[in-house]
Design a protein around this ligand. Structure first.
Ligand code: CAA
Length: 278
């Protein structure tokens, strides 16, 4: 199957990698050459780890060769599926979709990896909205088993069925959600992170003990503050803003501490500091 992944950031490169691992021909494209260069290095590193543990049989180089890293989106012509993993901004995504409308065939699936933007809203700029769907992967993509499949009002049931098959072919486990703000995952995760931040703000305990509580008391692999740093505090804030705006409910309101860290560009792991220092 020919697959085009647009956006070579953390999510896009992970998605490209798992499609290549499953034997597909992948085009990974980005407007920034540096992002493609980083993606090639990170994918090879991740494949090396998985190969050394026996998770994948093919050599890292063999899998890597299935991916074409290119700035030229037109190389993705006639793909069976396009997966968009660009910035979480409606205008950025809709500009891209206008280009995909010319590139995609009548049966091509166009999927967004959005974590919070409405699939119905995004589908309004797609030439064939019945072929549009949400495929929400989780970071780190090569490790996390879940893919959330989001059905829009106009998504064809056949496209849902094909997407379920594609996700299973990747060795992942799909869950399906209707197009509600935050779908299943972030509707539940964001209030957890928010409450952890408020617990810190109100002086109930230290960040370490708040995280330890969820790790050792509830068997979460990371505490909520550590996880927020891992996701990126700007990303967490953006998702909370969408949920707050769309539900109009204070249980999703971004806390002041989060706003202050983001404004100070303390964005978590990627910037070297967030709730913790890295
Ligand atoms: N590729 C290959 N292997 C990887 C990898 C990658 N990208 N990332 C981690 N690994 C491997 C490590 O090499 C390590 O292998 P060994 O055990 O053989 O050494 C193993 O995974 C575990 O990694 P670490 O030892 O570094 O650390 P860890 O045990 O804490 O695991 C983790 C790391 C898998 C990230 C784990 O902490 C975890 O599951 N955290 C929660 C992640 C999570 O919740 N993600 C979802 C975020 S929400 C989201 O993505 C969507 C959204 O909309 C916000």
């Amino acid at each position: 199957m020919k697959v085009t992944v647009i956006g070579a950031g953390t999510m896009g490169r992970g998605i490209a990698q798992v499609f290549a691992q499953a034997g597909n021909d992948v085009i990974l494209t980005d407007v920034y050459p540096k992002a493609l260069e980083n993606a090639a290095g990170e994918i090879l590193k991740s494949l090396g780890k998985l190969h050394s543990k026996g998770v994948i049989q093919d050599s890292p180089e063999t899998v890597q060769k299935r991916i074409i890293f290119t700035g030229d989106l037109s190389q993705g012509k006639n793909s069976e599926i396009y997966i968009e993993a660009v910035l979480e901004r409606f205008e950025v995504k809709s500009d891209l979709y206008k280009k995909l409308n010319d590139l995609a065939g009548d049966d091509s699936i166009i999927a967004s990896n959005t974590s919070s933007i409405s699939i119905n809203a995004l589908s309004s700029v797609i030439r064939k909205p019945e072929n549009f769907i949400g495929l929400h992967f989780f970071n780190p993509v090569p490790i996390m088993k879940l893919v959330e499949i989001i059905k829009g009002e106009r998504t064809d049931p056949n496209v849902v069925k094909k997407s379920l098959d594609i996700v299973k072919q990747l060795g992942k486990v799909p869950v399906t959600s209707n197009d509600f703000p935050g779908f299943i995952s972030n509707r539940i995760l964001m209030p957890l992170i928010r409450e952890a931040i408020l617990t810190l703000e109100e002086g109930v305990s230290t960040k370490e003990d708040i995280d330890q509580t969820l790790k050792l008391g509830m068997n979460h692999p990371m505490g909520p503050l550590e996880l927020a740093d891992f996701i990126g505090l700007d990303v967490v804030q953006d998702i909370m803003k969408v949920l707050y705006e769309e539900f109009g409910n204070s249980r999703f309101m971004p806390p002041i501490t989060l706003r202050n860290l983001v404004n100070a560009r303390k964005l978590g792991r990627k910037s070297g500091e967030g709730f913790y220092k890295y």
